[in-house]
Structure formats: C-alpha cells, structure tokens
Design a protein around this ligand. Structure first.
Ligand code: DGY
Length: 337
C-alpha cells in the first residue's frame, strides 16, 4: 500500500493543473460537480492528509471530527467563510486561500454589473427578446449615469481598491468605508476618500460591496442601511451572500427606494430569493465574478501550490504561500513532512 500522503479534490477542475498533485500525493478527484453535504465531506476527509475544496464546501468542526490524518485544507477562493478557522486551527490543520490572482478579474466584473445595473442592460435585452420592441421611443429604458457620479465602495481591500482605480476613466468621485483607513499613498492611488459608513450610504450614487463575510458583516446592508441610501441609487454585491439582507433588498427595490441592484452572490445560493427573481430591476449572475478562464486556472494553481507546501512537499515545503491560520502552522513547528 502506498505511503504517500493522500489528497482529496472535491470538484473535477483543470486536470492539467491538478496533475501536479500526483507527483507528490495519491489523489482522489470527485468525478462530478455536486453539492457536498456534511456527510459527504466527512466521508471524503476521513482518510486523507489534505484536501482542495471550493467555496460551497462547508468545512466545520463536525466535518473534520473523524479526519485524524487531515493536515491541510486548501480553499480555492479568496473568501474562506466556508471554513471554520478556529476549529481547523484547534485541530492543527492549516487552511489556505487564493488571494491576489483574482483581484483584477473580480474588479472587472464589479464594473460589468455596475454598468449593466445602472444602464438596465439585461432588463432591456429581456424585453427585446420578448418581442416587445415595436416602436423606438425616446424615453425607453432610461437609466442612471455612471460617468461623473459618486461611486461608494464598502470594503476597501485589494478588490475594492481595484474597483476604485477603474473609476478614474469615468470621472467619478470615489468614497469608501473600511474598518481600517487606507495609507495615504493608497488613497491617492485610488483617488478615494474615506468616509463614515452612514455618509457612504447617503452620498453614493452607486454602492459596491467588496467586504469579506463574517458574523460582523452579516446583513451589513439591511433595511436600516437601505433606508439610508441615496434615493434612486444602485447597489452592487460581488462580495458574499449574507452581507445583504435579500428580503430587505427586495422590499427596497419594490418600493422604488433604490433604483436597481446587481448581484453576483446570495444569502442561500445557489437558491435565489424568489422576490429578487421576480424584480425587473435586478441583474442576477451566478457567483462568477472571478470566472475568467485565466483567473480560475490561476486560483486552482495557487491552491495546488498551497496544498503541496502545506503537506511538506515541493520547493516551499512547510511554507504555503497563503496560510489563513498561521497559528496552526506554528503549532506544527512550521514543517510537516
Ligand atoms: C472567492 O474567491 O471568494 C470568490 O467568491 C469565488 O471565486
């Protein structure tokens, strides 16, 4: 029987990249893309040393309870709210994510949603395909201007900053709110002004969410925040479901409180709130902000690097590029062969 570490991959992605795992490990790749409930995750993890997982895989204390060999979880995603980090750290399991490689692609997509939302692109297309365009009308599909307006960004990490930098070409004023204010040189680079959260809500013509999900950011945009937004504003979420209270958003859209929303993420995805599905003034996409081919490949490649190193192999053995719980690494003395 092979003594090589065993690795489990929960989705069959980019075989040529996953093949790199095979030079170090015995690899089991799931044959299909399917939701993996706790039982399936528990069964998959119980006899492996490491796993490459994706954001729908919820790795918590119950799921890893019987996984006595498990030493590393490499998440394919910059967000890792699907991982119970305290539970993994307590079990000495290193967790890693894939930052940076998706920043620019995600910022591009935030802009795609912003423009489509403000200028009613998908609504107009649906209407046209339905055969409703019988006369050219001057007041047809009037939208909101993007150029020259005020862009608000909630969450000014790498993705928020990349979104801000793109606003220059549209001659926009950029406001942002973040837990920690950016260093002056970064603020200059982004041409962005830090404001209090309520000021951001009140002054943004287009508000883009780019903050991580956590218990603290759950429903960061709920009924009270929507009520504080500038009347007629648009809201774009490329961050995580659960940051927006989807039912409250549907209320605000139905009431015409805000003009429109562009959403890539949802509270219970892949289920989308039925009232959002019914709203004409919402652009809905299936969590694809980082989904360019080059970027999705780069994410998997980085997750592979992380897993190889976290399991003590390859040129960076014991030093994965992107640990999110360095404590687990220290607890294991920094190396594991
Ligand atoms: C991430 O990386 O967190 C995205 O949401 C999925 O690509």
């Amino acid at each position: 029987m092979s003594m090589r570490p065993r690795v489990w991959v929960t989705q069959p992605v980019f075989g040529d990249i996953l093949a790199r795992l095979e030079s170090h490990f015995d690899v089991r790749v799931e044959a299909d893309v399917a939701p993996r409930a706790a039982d399936a995750l528990r069964a998959g993890l119980h006899d492996v040393d490491g796993a490459l997982v994706f954001i729908p895989d919820r790795i918590d204390a119950a799921v890893i309870a019987g996984a006595h060999r498990l030493r590393a979880i490499a998440n394919v995603g910059v967000g890792y709210d699907n991982l119970d980090i305290p539970a993994l750290t307590a079990a000495g399991i290193i967790a890693t994510n894939t930052p940076d490689v998706l920043t620019e692609t995600t910022a591009d997509f935030a802009w795609a949603l912003l423009l489509a939302t403000a200028r009613r692109v998908t609504e107009a297309e649906r209407w046209l395909r339905e055969g409703q365009w019988t006369t050219w009308s001057f007041e047809l599909m009037l939208g909101r201007d993007v150029h020259g307006s005020t862009l608000g960004i909630l969450g000014m990490g790498r993705i928020g900053q990349a979104i801000a930098r793109r606003a220059r070409g549209f001659g926009m004023r950029v406001l942002y709110h973040n837990r920690a204010r950016l260093a002056p040189e970064l603020e200059r680079d982004c041409a962005a002004t830090h404001v209090a959260r309520n000021e951001l809500l009140a002054h943004s013509d287009h508000l883009v969410l780019a903050l991580p999900y956590s218990a603290q950011t759950h429903h960061a945009i709920g009924a009270p925040e929507l009520a504080r937004m500038k009347p007629g504003a648009t809201l774009v979420n490329v961050a995580r479901g659960g940051i927006v209270d989807d039912a409250a958003l549907a209320d605000a859209l139905d009431a015409g409180r805000i003009a429109a929303a562009g959403l890539d993420v949802y509270e219970n995805e892949p289920a989308v709130h039925p009232r959002l599905l019914a709203c004409r003034n919402v652009v809905l996409t299936p969590h694809i902000a980082s989904a360019s081919e080059a970027t999705r490949r780069a994410m998997v490649a980085l997750a592979v690097d992380n897993l190889v190193a976290a399991l003590g192999a390859g040129p960076h053995a014991g030093r994965p590029p992107n640990p999110v719980n360095a404590d687990a690494l220290l607890a294991r003395g920094g190396h594991s062969a």
